[in-house]
Each structure stands twice: as C-alpha cells, then as structure tokens.
Design a protein around this ligand. Structure first.
Ligand code: HXC
Length: 257
C-alpha cells in the first residue's frame, strides 16, 4: 500500500487515513487505489467490524486531483471508466464505513464521504460540489446522493452555484449524522465505530443492507426486504445470545454467527 493512504487497526475498527497533506488530500490514483486496497483488507479480516475513513484536520479531501484530470480527454475518461472502475469500492463495502470529516470535503471528497454509510463532521467541516467552477460537474454520485441526503432545493443550490456548506447547515440538512468538536473528531468517531463493531457482525451487515435498501426500492419492497432479513436474524446464534443475555441480565457475548 502507498503512503498516500495509511491504514491502522484500533481494536475491532479499521481506520483509513487519506494522506496527501500537501495537496489538500486531492484524490489521485494512489489515494483511490490505496483506499480500495485498505477496504479489501479490512473486509477480509474477520476481526474487523467497522471501518472509518478520514483525512486530516484541514481536509477530508478537496476533490479529484485537478492537476491530473485537466488533461483527460473524452476517450480516456470513457475507456478507463473513470470513477466507476475503482472509486466505488466504498459503495460495495459490506461492513459499515463511517466518514470522519474535518476541513474540506469538496467535489470527489464530498462524494466519497457520501458513499460512506454516515458522516460525522468536525465543527470546521465544509462540504461542497464546486465542479461547476472548473467547467465540469459532480461525477462520483454528487448529483444523485446529495439530493437524496439534503433535498433537491439545497442540492441544486450547491451544485449550480458551487457554494460551500458548513457543518451546522450540513447537520440541519441531514447530510451529516453528528457534529463533533474538531479536536475530538477521531476519538469520538472511533468510539462509535467500536460500539458498532462490538455488536454481532452479521446483524450489523443486515442492518446496513436493509437501510440502504430504502434508497433503492419502493416502500413495500423495502419493507419486504427488511422483514426477510429480520426473519433470517432468528437463524443466528447471536440472536439467541443477545435475547438470552437480556433475559438473564448479563452482557451478551456475540460470536458473529
Ligand atoms: C489538486 C489540489 C486540489 C485538487 C487543493 N489542491 N485542491 N490539487 N486537486 N482538487 C492543492 C493546491 O493546488 C495547493 O497546491 C495545495 O493543495 C493547497 O491548496 P490551496 O488552494 O493553496 O489552499 P487554500 O487556499 O487553503 O484553499 C483550499 C481549497 C482550494 C478551498 C480546498 O484548494 C480549492 O478550491 N481546491 C479545489 C477544490 C475543487 O474544485 N474540488 C473539486 C475538484 S473536481 P500547491 O502545490 O499550490 O501548494 C472533482 C471532480 C469530481 O472533484 C468528479 C469525479 C470525482
């Protein structure tokens, strides 16, 4: 793995840090490949129950690397299937991924954060889709995930004007799950991730799959999917353990099966 991405294990949590501080964590191939490889490794590790993706205190990521992208022509973008080829590894992760965002999350950075299952924002976080200012448009899901997160009015405003949204507005609008003081962002995010990773992994994966289904299906199909995985949870030893532990007034010991 390259130094453009650092990965660490904290208990049951896999932490992935984007590490291009000189370029505001702009997303080049090394970063995107590094994130994908780290996700591959954490997904394959049965000791890991939750992932956290973060940047540094100034930038989660200020977007795709403009220096690299500026010379792309149509055939290059199309033939290499730019974005689709490797950027969407976060989307296919089955374990939960939390984005811990401090500073700028712009363009592809905002889109990367939105591919995660939820965003915890430092109080200095700034979100935006400023591609319009450089002659292009959000291309990694921004035009689709942003309206689903914050509604059409604000998504149009952000994509068409390129304005930034601060943490307070992002939280009020539903883009982020929590605002955390910047100096505590990582610690608090890791704490929440450890909580999640302490539960039964198959149950966590079922919950993630069911909630994501809400954005992929009509209500009745989503409810049917939920009911089927809910029924399936009764096949788990962890369901017996969780409910027996409650009845016996003790802490459950989940075995991830
Ligand atoms: C390449 C970038 C970069 C980027 C910052 N840098 N963003 N390099 N690609 N996206 C580099 C700068 O060139 C500079 O390098 C260094 O990081 C520090 O940035 P400054 O601009 O000097 O810092 P500051 O004045 O604090 O401004 C921070 C900023 C600004 C507001 C984040 O850098 C900015 O506006 N960046 C571009 C944001 C953007 O347009 N993102 C969308 C990209 S398009 P040097 O060498 O000069 O020190 C996109 C496409 C998505 O993401 C579609 C598919 C993914």
């Amino acid at each position: 793995m390259t130094t453009a991405v650092l990965s660490e294990i904290h208990g049951k949590v896999g932490l992935i840090r984007i590490n291009r501080p000189d370029a505001m964590n702009a997303l080049n191939d090394a970063v995107v490949e590094g994130i994908a490889a780290a996700i591959d490794a954490f997904e394959a590790d049965p000791a890991i129950g939750c992932l956290v993706l973060t940047g540094n205190d100034k930038a989660f990521a200020a977007g795709a690397d403009i220096g690299v992208m500026k010379s792309f022509d149509y055939m290059h973008a199309y033939q290499t299937d730019f974005i689709t080829a490797r950027w969407e590894r976060i989307k296919t992760a089955r374990k939960p991924v939390i984005a811990a965002v401090a500073g700028y999350a712009l363009g592809g950075g905002c889109e990367f954060a939105m591919m995660c299952d939820m965003i915890y924002a430092a109080d200095n976080a700034k979100f935006g889709q400023p591609e319009v200012k450089i002659g292009t448009l959000p291309g990694a899901g921004g035009t689709q995930r942003l309206p689903r997160a914050i509604g059409k009015a604000k998504a149009m405003d952000m994509c068409l004007t390129g304005r930034l949204m601060d943490a307070v507005e992002a939280e009020k609008s539903g883009l982020v799950a929590r605002i955390i003081p910047a100096e505590q962002l990582l610690e608090e995010t890791l704490k929440a991730a450890q909580t999640i990773a302490g539960y039964s992994l198959p149950v966590i994966m079922m919950i993630k799959e069911a909630v994501n289904r809400a954005f992929e299906s009509p209500l009745n199909e989503g409810l049917l999917f939920e009911r089927r995985v809910f029924h399936a949870s009764f096949a788990l030893e962890d369901q017996k353990e969780g409910m027996n532990a409650f009845a016996e007034k003790r802490k459950p010991s989940f075995k991830n099966r």
